[in-house]
Ligand binder design. Structure first.
Ligand code: ZN
Length: 97
């Protein structure tokens, strides 16, 4: 899983399944927030731009791939991604308490 943050204000933007480069953010891979995941059932024409909820920075533009999957074409430099360690591994901070 990967989380995307706004580079400008560090706000949480989205969590999705996948790895590697985020060029197209597919809506059917989005886990959170629901408001973003729910957009997968809309059409490209109805899709709003992806905008940071905190600072209103523009992060992505509506797009579709060749099979018609809805996605956001992410704007380079506007977001930061970080991998999430699976929930199975315990945090190092709790093991010695
Ligand atoms: Zn922001």
């Amino acid at each position: 899983m990967i989380e995307i943050q706004c580079t400008q204000c560090k706000a949480f933007i989205a969590r999705y399944t996948g790895s590697g480069e985020v060029d197209l953010l597919f809506l059917d891979s989005v886990l959170k927030p629901d408001s973003l995941a729910d957009l997968k059932s809309s059409s490209k024409a109805d899709l709003p731009h992806l905008i940071c909820i905190e600072c209103s920075r523009k992060l992505g533009k509506p797009a579709v791939d060749e099979t018609g999957r809805l996605a956001y074409k992410m704007i380079k430099g506007s977001f930061r991604k970080k991998g999430i360690i699976k929930a199975m591994t315990t945090s190092p901070h709790t093991s010695w308490r």
